[in-house]
Design a protein around this ligand. Structure first.
Ligand SMILES: [Zn+2]
Ligand SMILES: [Zn+2]
Length: 166
């Protein structure tokens, strides 16, 4: 449904919040599929799933569609289609937007729902708040993040040996 006339409207779509709204449609679907909360980092999801923000996909498919349009010779009387010359977007590089501590590795996306969700919740450090001394809501690990069990810096990869002994 988004592809309907995409060559025409996607070029006009320049306002930052309309692009964000479009991307949010696909991102919230992805988050539900992976069992991640709304605040989970969009770029990291695209990195691990090798997907694009919807805006990128639409623009890309739209530019493909334009090159396939053919008109009878001289039918345009030298006029140019305004959307035919849209500047292509730069390649999408989610790594740039991701927090440094996300592991840069390819991840297997299981078809098993429970397994997939557990894997992604771990990857996105969703349970961090349960063992972090910082009570205020935060999505990024900072220097103040200390493990409530052992007092060490609660990094993304910190697995506490003290909790497993209990
Ligand atoms: Zn923390
Ligand atoms: Zn610990």
């Amino acid at each position: 449904m988004f592809m309907y006339c995409a060559p025409i409207w996607s070029v006009k779509l320049e306002a930052k919040n309309s692009i964000e709204m479009l991307n949010a449609v696909f991102n919230s679907y992805m988050k539900r599929y992976l069992g991640l909360p709304k605040y989970a980092h969009g770029a990291a999801i695209h990195y691990y799933c090798r997907t694009w923000p919807l805006y990128y996909a639409v623009r890309y498919l739209a530019s493909e569609a334009v090159t396939k349009l053919s008109f009878p010779p001289n039918s345009l009387n030298g006029h140019q289609l305004s959307f035919a010359n849209a500047t292509p977007l730069p390649p999408y590089q989610p790594e740039i937007e991701m927090d440094q501590d996300f592991p840069r590795k390819s991840v297997y996306i299981s078809r098993n729902r429970r397994f997939r969700m557990r894997c992604f919740r771990e990857l996105f450090n969703i349970d961090h708040f349960k063992s972090c001394q910082v009570v205020k809501f935060h999505t990024r690990v900072t220097y103040d993040c200390k493990c409530i069990y052992c007092g060490q810096h609660a990094t993304r990869s910190h697995t506490c040996t003290l909790t497993t002994m209990q």
